[in-house]
Write a protein that binds this ligand. Structure first.
Ligand code: ADP
Ligand code: MG
Ligand code: MG
Length: 895
């Protein structure tokens, strides 16, 4: 039989799934011997059963009764006992902390009778007793009974102004008894029923409200945004009350064992005398810095510091803490491993290693690629004068400065004349795409991290702050107003920080990331403490990882930067750009050629240019492998646009100076037009239909390699054939390339080493991977195309159109182009890797799609045994770190 209820002393911190984060840590603290008020936790199993069947499991009530009886026994009082009651708090606590769920009801067990008992018990302090009772009514009324919290807040405000006092502590006993009556009246007015006087009924209702809060709209939305599974359920903690609101020798506070912003050790937190629970964060009265507690109550302060040291030593990490002091006695009410900034994460990881609390493997686990990414973005100068005018969600990182515009046409227009603009919209739609492309940054007042603006901005790498809901945007009037009434008109400058969600007025100066300067090899950067911490973690990740990291780089400049960033080769060198610019004409000649002779002439002209390109890249990557993909996109991409060209031809014809070559071009463009170019004549198909094209490229590559060898270089070209579906395609191309190699050897006497491989980007290629591996030295997974081809949607069309809806409805947690779809596309990768290796044990395996730089995907590629990931230069450090994290998952230790 399932056990649903656990006393605090029965649990441990490893049971977050079952007891929720709060419950697991209360249990851990209890067993550490720290002063935690006794209590018990109703498990997530109970919540899941309740949500599934719509009612509590039969055994639950009995188990709760047993634990309550034991608690009453231990405390020597019964729940709601008229002459000195035991009171409890009912606290929600899921595995992951979740705003949007019901939080907590304090003082459960108070009623018209026991409130007097509480006063007697507290030495006749009626003020304290009625203050506690009105708090119960307020919290119970709003969170359990669903009455708007403001109704209670207003009644309290009215009372305060009537009595002409500033703060609730100045209210007299009579005021509070009056307030209790008012609150009870509010409750019966709103619900048609009286506030339940039976303590156990209060408790059961509160428990049920916690269960129900799992599925409130806000909670569901939050889970989607944070990718928290919807079926975990929450636990409920029943904790005996301690009181911080019984006088000046009592109080409540929060503390951190280190500064969550810098990682520095010290005393950080806030304390509020004569207060209960949420008063600290609610900002009802002014708190004092935690350090002041030393003056207020030295004994409690010393004990708190001791407890904090114990917790840090035990959790081996920064902890945050909630505590209450009741008449000089310290009580611990909550702890958890605390959130921290990206910079603090790296610093703290290294500090903990130096304190012998964790080892380096564990230090690598304590940071993430996303945190490293944050540290690599340029950021606003924190020392500059800056005025915060709004705060929204950090939807897409970066620091963007520009003039605000309120519609996409203006964005495009202004950008064309060289202005930097920030596009401000209430929310964006697919119609805003052009404006988003033109803008440096995007700011919206509505929508979360999966809104259209957020998804599209992230996809394009544009800085974006979304859901800044304190802004009132008047698109027609081309202006917006902040909460404080500041007007920002079209053309005014703003600065938006997509890493923090902050919006500043004016142009805030931007500074380069020190961490990037370090990766670039700037020695001045290494003196910085944060950089030193990053360097130390990176070195260890590099030592530990099995997975190699290569770059997607097409130019010598990118190749050079990649190398400095730690790339161990190029995994994808695209050759498309080598057909652009002033070479376009040659490509046109090639496409227009009517005979093989004409074709050959055009190809012969392209050859030396491409060879020079390859010489430069092989030189930049000397000694390292360079995977070069032969031309992939459909040819029409190199020709003028059909509509534009027809207009031009028609105009010329009209003027009587028609051009026969242009007519021919138009014909060809028309002939090459495809309804679905992504599924058309591209990749290896081009190589087979126009054989000279691939062999020219192969010749350029191998001649370049031969030249490098003559120059004393060490080139390692790998020729990669795109879009292969069947081994026959690969075999045809392969034979041609070997002929080219033999010819070069004959003519120059040099035979460069090279490999031939294929991209795996079609589901058919996955199925036939065994056969294909017989003709390939390597596979490189082109996960962008593989995702498109597997799902059957074109990235260019769908990301802006229906992805936001899909994300919103929870069909995807994240775009499958951003993070690999493990269930579908990932499974294909796994199968192809297996089949390929079985047929050809020497087969080298890599991935060169966008996913090569995505943290979650990298762990997957490591697990399925690929040899390397390849990603854009800027993501290389992230890939190195995540590969290291994947490798140390099982060896990390806190000892
Ligand atoms: P949250 O997750 O919102 O912090 P908590 O369950 O921690 O909710 O409780 C809200 C506030 O009430 C916190 O300040 C907490 O310390 C306080 N609190 C909770 N339980 C008790 C208790 N048994 N005695 C005194 N204060 C409590
Ligand atoms: Mg709390
Ligand atoms: Mg492709």
């Amino acid at each position: 039989m399932t056990k649903y209820v656990y006393a605090f002393f029965e649990g441990s911190r490893d049971q977050r799934d079952l007891l929720g984060g709060k419950g697991a840590n209360l249990a851990e603290m209890t067993n550490l011997g720290l002063p935690v008020p006794p209590g018990f936790t109703i498990s997530t199993d109970a919540c899941r059963a309740y949500l599934e069947h719509g009612s509590e499991p039969d055994e639950l009530a009995g188990e709760v009764s047993e634990h309550l009886a034991a608690l009453e026994e231990e405390m020597g009082r019964t729940l709601g006992q008229p002459d000195g009651p035991l009171l409890v708090s009912v606290r929600s606590g899921a595995k992951f902390s979740m705003p949007g769920m019901m939080e907590t009801v304090l003082n459960v067990g108070l009623n018209d009778e026991s409130v007097q008992g509480l006063a007697d018990f507290a030495g006749g302090d009626e003020r304290f007793a009625y203050d506690s009772y009105r708090r119960l009514l307020q919290m119970f009324g709003s969170t359990v009974l669903g009455i708007e919290a403001s109704v209670f807040a207003e009644a309290l405000d009215d009372l305060k102004s009537e009595r002409e006092v500033e703060s609730d502590v100045e209210l007299e006993v009579e005021d509070l008894t009056g307030l209790v009556s008012t609150y009870k009246q509010i409750i019966s007015d709103h619900t048609g029923e009286d506030f339940p006087q039976d303590p156990r009924v209060q408790m059961d209702m509160a428990v049920r409200a916690v269960f129900d809060s799992w599925n409130t709209e806000r909670a569901v939305l939050y889970r989607r945004q944070e990718r928290i599974p919807g079926d975990l359920g929450t636990a409920v903690n029943i904790c005996s009350m301690v009181f911080g609101n019984g006088g000046e020798d009592s109080g409540t506070g929060v503390a951190f064992t280190r500064d969550p912003a810098s990682g520095a050790q010290g005393v950080y937190g806030d304390y509020l005398q004569n207060a209960q629970g949420e008063d600290v964060v609610a900002g009802i009265r002014n708190t004092v810095p935690l350090a002041d507690l030393e003056q207020i109550d030295k004994a409690a302060y010393d004990e708190l510091l001791e407890v904090m040291a114990t917790l840090e030593g035990h959790y081996r990490d920064l902890c945050d803490i909630e505590f209450t002091i009741e008449r000089g006695k310290l009580w611990m009410l909550q702890t958890r491993v605390g959130k921290r900034t990206a910079g603090a994460a790296f610093r703290i990881a290294c500090q903990l290693v130096d304190q012998d609390l964790i080892d380096m493997d564990e230090a690598v686990q304590r940071v993430t690629g996303d945190q490293l990414t944050q540290l690599m973005f340029p950021r606003f100068d924190e020392d500059a004068d800056r005025e915060l005018i709004a705060k929204g969600m950090n939807a897409s990182p970066g620091a963007a400065v520009g003039k605000v515009v309120f519609d996409s046409d203006t964005a495009v227009e202004w950008a064309e004349r060289g202005e930097q603009v920030i596009l401000v919209r209430r929310e964006t739609t697919p119609d805003d795409l052009r404006g988003m492309v033109a803008a440096r940054g995007i700011l919206t007042s509505r929508g979360g991290k999966t809104s259209h603006a957020a998804v599209v901005a992230r996809g394009m790498g544009r800085t974006c702050v979304c859901g800044a809901d304190t802004l009132t945007i008047d698109a027609k009037g081309a202006r917006m107003r902040t909460r404080d009434g500041v007007e920002v008109a079209e053309g005014d400058a703003v600065s938006i920080d997509g890493t923090t969600g902050e919006v500043f007025s004016g142009e805030v100066p931007v500074v380069d990331s020190l961490v990037v300067r370090y990766f670039e090899g700037d020695d001045d950067a290494t003196g910085d403490e944060l950089v030193a911490a990053v360097a130390r973690v990176m070195e260890h990740a590099d030592q530990a990882r099995r997975l190699a990291v290569r770059a997607n780089a097409d130019t010598p400049e990118d190749a050079g930067r990649s190398r400095r960033f730690g790339a161990q080769g190029i995994g994808l060198c695209r050759t498309e750009h080598m057909f652009l610019g002033d070479r376009k004409e040659l490509v046109e000649n090639l496409i227009l050629a009517e005979s093989t002779d004409e074709q050959e002439v055009a190809l012969a002209e392209l050859l030396p240019m491409q060879r020079d390109d390859f010489v430069a890249i092989l030189e930049a990557m000397d000694g390292l492998p360079v995977t070069i993909r032969l031309i992939d996109p459909p040819l029409h991409e190199f020709l003028p646009d059909y509509t534009d060209l027809s207009v031009e031809v028609a105009l010329r014809d009209e003027k009587g100076n028609s051009d026969s070559l242009q007519h021919k071009l138009l014909e060809t463009v028309k002939r090459l037009h495809e309804e679905n170019p992504m599924l058309g004549l591209r990749g290896v198909r081009l190589g087979i239909v126009i054989p000279g094209l691939f062999t020219m490229q192969a010749r350029a590559i191998l001649e370049a390699a031969a030249l490098r060898i003559k120059d004393g270089g060490d080139p390692h070209p790998e020729i990669m054939i795109p879009l292969v579906a069947t081994v026959q395609e690969l075999e045809l191309v392969r034979a041609d390339i070997h002929d080219v190699a033999a010819d070069i050897e004959k003519r120059t006497g040099v035979r460069p080493e090279f490999a031939i491989g294929t991209m795996i980007e079609l589901p058919r290629a996955v199925m036939a991977a065994g056969a294909i591996a017989g003709a390939a030295e390597f596979f490189s997974f082109g996960t962008n195309d593989l995702t498109q081809m597997t799902w059957g949607f074109s990235r260019d069309d769908v990301e802006a159109s229906f992805f936001p809806t899909y994300l919103d409805k929870g069909i995807f947690g994240v775009s499958p182009f951003e993070s690999l779809d493990l269930e579908g596309v990932g499974e294909l990768v796994r199968q192809a890797a297996e089949k390929g290796r079985e047929a050809n044990p020497d087969l080298h395996l890599g991935i060169c799609g966008e996913h090569g730089g995505d943290p979650d995907s990298i762990h997957f590629f490591d697990h399925v045994g690929l040899d390397y990931v390849s990603c854009s230069p800027f993501r290389i450090p992230v890939a190195r770190l995540e590969a290291g994290r994947s490798a140390t998952e099982d060896t990390a230790s806190t000892a």
